[in-house]
Design a protein around this ligand. Structure first.
Ligand SMILES: [Zn+2]
Length: 340
């Protein structure tokens, strides 16, 4: 304790506080134990809702990159809101009889304490899964094995403990669920909020793209004033090696829908308004003015609640094979036009 500044501990401590305050409302488990500079850290998963029967699951992930603290904060704020609503919100209580909500808010706790994108070995967990691109990847950013001193290091000894823990947990959810939707929250450069879906390692279209197209249509119709997301395959922007979600798509043998979405919240807007952030690398990816912080914490609630409601309505499960092939066709046309 006290070895790291309060600021760097904030998300880890918030997660501990939520567990201490509300543990009668959920199940929690440690997916991996890590030792960093003499301190025991864990990769913690929290689950609410149905656990006996196969049901739709929505998984919220944050903190894969230790400098992108706002991603973990958005996930923790949504979890906190659900836990505070649960005692009185009969709609939510009913929903949780039929849906599993899972949270891994801080995948990379050592990265948070170090203030680094990578983990304690400086491995970039989102470049660390055993999947390679055979197309041109962006130099360094796409993942490199030159040196752990450079960013986007893929690691040399297979999957890191944190990567293994997340992969194993998601594979277990794939087995136990009728569908799995994931929202993995990051922050990065740019003015826009992007939502990426596979693939990251290839331009080849993702098999479950029809489900994503359908969810996009429902979201746009249901929430026409929340259209600030740019939704596209990640490979339209840049290609990478070692993407965890691509690996979990490729290794999914269940034939059940698996829909991983990566929310990449735009940060340049804040940098432009608050150039002081350029001086602090972690600040790059985190809004520092309080009103902006509040705004970003509420900005994505509608999307997160939509995914939960779509799971409860079994939107994905109810799509018939003929409808799915039509949707897949439309989706491929839509995104191939966009990429030109
Ligand atoms: Zn990230």
């Amino acid at each position: 304790m006290g070895k790291f500044s309060f600021e760097h501990r904030f998300e880890i401590d918030t997660l501990k506080r939520l567990i201490a305050q509300h543990q009668e409302l959920f199940r929690h488990q440690s997916l991996a134990e890590l030792y960093f500079r003499g301190e025991k850290l864990s990769v913690t998963a929290i689950e609410l809702g149905q656990q006996q029967q196969s049901c739709p699951t929505v998984l919220f992930v944050g903190g894969v990159h230790g400098v992108e603290r706002i991603g973990a904060q958005v996930i923790l704020a949504f979890l906190d809101s659900l836990l505070n609503r649960l005692p009185w919100d009969t709609h939510l209580q009913q929903l949780l009889k039929h849906v599993r909500l899972a949270f891994v808010p801080v995948v990379n706790p050592a990265g948070f304490l170090r203030g680094s994108r990578g983990n304690a070995n400086n491995v970039d967990l989102m470049r660390n899964a055993p999947i390679d691109s055979d197309e041109d990847v962006t130099f360094l950013v796409g993942g490199q094995r030159i040196s752990p001193r450079l960013p986007w290091y893929r690691g040399k000894n297979g999957m890191e403990l944190e990567t293994q823990a997340l992969v194993k947990y998601v594979q277990q959810l794939q087995q136990e669920s009728s569908s799995v939707i994931v929202l993995d929250a990051h922050s990065g450069f740019g003015l826009l909020d992007h939502v990426w879906f596979p693939h990251a390692h290839t331009r080849q279209p993702f098999n479950d793209i029809g489900y994503i197209y359908h969810l996009m249509q429902l979201f746009e119709k249901g929430y026409p004033h929340h259209g600030h997301y740019r939704l596209a395959p990640q490979s339209h922007f840049y290609r990478t090696h070692g993407d965890i979600w691509d690996y979990l798509v490729a290794s999914n043998t269940t034939k059940k829908p698996f829909i991983p979405l990566t929310l990449e919240m735009g940060s340049w807007a804040w940098v432009r308004k608050n150039p002081r952030q350029l001086l602090s690398f972690p600040g790059y990816f985190n809004p520092q003015k309080n009103h902006r912080h509040q705004r970003i914490l509420r900005r994505h609630v509608v999307l997160m609640q939509f995914l939960v409601d779509a799971a409860y309505a079994q939107i994905v499960e109810q799509i018939k094979p003929t409808q799915l092939s039509q949707l897949t066709h439309q989706a491929n046309r839509f995104w191939s036009k966009k990429s030109k």
